[in-house]
Design a protein around this ligand. Sequence first.
Ligand code: FES
Length: 83
Amino acid sequence: MTVTCGTASFSTPRNRRLLDALEDNGIRPEVACRSGECGLCRVRVAEGTVHRAEEARPRLCDERFGYVHSCVSYPLTNVTLEV
Ligand code: FES
C-alpha cells in the first residue's frame, strides 16, 4: 500500500499499523496509549480505505469527518493522510 502524507509518500505492508508506518518514515503524530483509547494519534483519511480495529474508541464526529486512530488502523488501499 502507498501512504501519502503531505509531501511524503511511502510503501507499507497492509498489516502494518498506520502509526508505525508514519513513524518509520519520520512522521510523528502525538501518541500516548498506542491502543486506541486516548485519541491523540488521530489522523484524517483524505483518500482511500482504512480498517479500524475494534479497540478504537472514536469520537462521534470522527467517522463523519474521516478521522481514525492511527495506532489501531491499517491501510486497505492506497491512502492519503492528513496528520
Ligand atoms: S495513541 Fe492513543 S489512541 Fe492512538
